[in-house]
Design a protein around this ligand. Sequence first.
Ligand code: GLY
Length: 309
Amino acid sequence: MQENFSLIIHGGAGSWEHLKREGYGSEIMDSVRRILEGGRHILATGGTALDAVEYCAAELEDDPLYNAGRGSVLNEHGEVEMDAAIMDGATLNAGSIAGVTTIKNPIKLARQVLERSEHVMLIGKGAQEFAKLCGMQQMPDDYFLVEHRVRQWREAQKLGGMMLDHEDAPPNKLGTVGAVAWDSAGNLAAATSTGGIVNKRWGRVGDSPIIGAGVLADNETCAVSATGYGEQFQRTVLCKMISNFVYFQGKDAAGAATAGIEYLVKKVNGLGGVIVVDHQGNCGVDHSTSGLIYGLIEQAGPSVCKFTK
Ligand code: GLY
């Protein structure tokens, strides 16, 4: 039987020119295509939207090219502190973790919070303790300290400021990864994972693990994952706003993504991007940055991988 499904993944909003200059262009495209095809396999063989977004986000975390998991940016002390969240649109169950350090796949820990705890969000030492109870894979610090991140952190320390991950203009350098999916049963799910902002203050938590700000899934509306300047997505509760555009105004995924980015820019002059799949499996992507790395499959169609709209 031919299953119908849609899937979008993103590898962060930012400048393609910057990535090409650093020599990561074709590597990123190959990686996006490979991960998207892995997600396709899950959905095409009857897997759930929740399984597909967890798989895609975990694969993106394992690839040091992205600002999540292994490639996470470093905080002001030169350490990794990661945030992630996952949400099931069928039940509105969600799992979220913030400020974790040694967890190989923060998104898998978020899924455990969703499945095995009575809470939505765990942070810091409590989240680490829970990870041990769940038998999550942990890695030594040097697994996360990839060379280009250390270089980037030194640059930020010299400049004395925070940076988002790979945007050219200040406040520069954006990142974060995410996935949204619609499965053959009509269920939606969303996942977002990040190392946050380069040289961020110790203990800073961005939008990615905040339900409604950096991630949201609701079967009645859409699934959304965001990337960009987290404080701006928190202040505008942007993913919930995008869901509201579907709920109250009947917009489809593309219309809601565009309305969301317009709202982000109008309200806080925000910098970032969103991927959206709606309850009918339509896909939408928009951003206010110069580019967004993403790949999508709409209604079981061909894979489309792009660096911008
Ligand atoms: N959007 C990722 C962050 O600001 O942490």
